[in-house]
Design a protein around this ligand. Structure first.
Ligand SMILES: Nc1ncnc2c1ncn2[C@@H]1O[C@H](COP(=O)(O)OP(=O)(O)OP(=O)(O)O)[C@@H](O)[C@H]1O
Length: 304
């Protein structure tokens, strides 16, 4: 479990992490989302004790990182896959990490096999591709068999097979009861991987909710109804406080109500339905709505 309480980080007069309070729970993959510069990496660095908070606390299983006795056995993290000694092999890097943390040497071979790097791990780290470096960083995070795992952009540089592999890995780590906190800009991937989402913008919490709720709350999630009595039904739905559109003569798209409510209303009015279904927003769409006002480094439209 990761617990943030009023966490703040300021650089000079700039507030980069602004009063974040939340819990990242075990047994769940929690996606950590936000535009460039939102403060995701800084938050992760604060959790790992690599930066000091200006105010507030970041706790792992109830204690700050610097008070954990066996840090690598409690929390594993991939922050910057390229932060390795370029002349050292991946294998040597992991052996040194294991030795320095009282972890059995045989774990090195185990984690290298888990990430599919058994052969490549003999190469100099500097000669590894970005995708291979990511895998090596994930191996290092797994080395101490920790309960809490944090990954900053783990699929960066991975090919489609690698992306799928990371997705399954995150899922199985959470299914084993671990806490998995993962940042990403790949919304389609997050939609397939995360159970829960934390969204921040300009250092502030925008949303902390299950993925299903984030999608359900989007204005683009709607109920589509097809009926020969669309005129009559749309008047009734509007009167019940829903927003109603009529994209076709027999079609209604309604937002602001549950599908059951619409079905019941139609039934009570004796209106025959030919179709009643939910049209879900994608996470990409829901995310864009949530963060529209906090995108700091957005590009202007081409030609503007
Ligand atoms: N050491 C530092 N000194 C001053 N400003 C910093 C420092 N580290 C980070 N920042 C600033 O803090 C802000 C948040 O950066 P951070 O890397 O945490 O964002 P992020 O959400 O991880 O972004 P991205 O998605 O682009 O990786 C940025 O504006 C960055 O320039």
């Amino acid at each position: 479990m990761i617990t943030l309480n009023g966490l703040c980080k300021r650089y000079g007069d700039r507030t980069v992490v602004d009063d974040l309070s939340l819990e990242v729970r075990p047994g769940t993959v929690t996606g950590f989302l936000g535009p460039n510069g939102a403060g995701k990496s800084t938050t992760m660095r604060l959790i790992l004790g690599l930066d000091r908070p200006t105010a507030g606390t970041a706790l792992i299983n109830g204690v700050p990182y610097h008070r954990i006795r066996n840090p690598l056995r409690t929390v594993g993290a991939l922050l910057d896959a390229r932060a390795l000694h370029p002349g050292r092999s991946g294998h040597a890097h992991l052996v040194a990490l294991a030795r320095g943390n009282g972890i059995a040497r045989r774990r090195v071979a185990e984690v290298l096999e888990t990430v599919g790097l058994t052969d490549a791990a003999r190469k100099r780290a500097g000669a590894l591709s970005l995708g291979m470096s990511q895998r090596l960083g994930i191996a290092a995070a797994l080395l101490g068999d920790p309960e809490v795992l944090m990954f900053d952009e783990p699929v960066n540089g991975l090919d489609p097979d690698g992306v799928r592999w990371v997705r399954h890995l995150m899922r199985s780590l959470a299914d084993e009861g671990r806490t998995v906190f993962v940042s990403s800009h790949l919304m389609s991937e997050m939609q397939l991987t995360a159970d829960h989402l934390v969204v921040i913008g300009r250092g502030r919490l925008i949303m902390d909710a299950p993925l299903t709720e984030v999608i359900a709350r989007s204005s683009l999630t709607a109920v589509v109804v097809r009926t020969p009595h669309a005129g009559d039904l749309s008047v009734r739905l509007s009167a019940a406080g829903m927003r109603v559109e009529r994209p076709g003569e027999n079609e209604i798209v309604a937002t602001g109500a549950a599908i059951e409510h619409i079905g019941d209303l139609a039934y009570e009015a004796g209106i025959r339905l030919h179709e009643l279904r939910t049209r879900e927003a994608s996470l990409e769409q829901a995310y864009q709505e949530l963060t529209a006002s906090s995108v700091e480094y957005g590009a202007r439209k081409a030609g503007v």
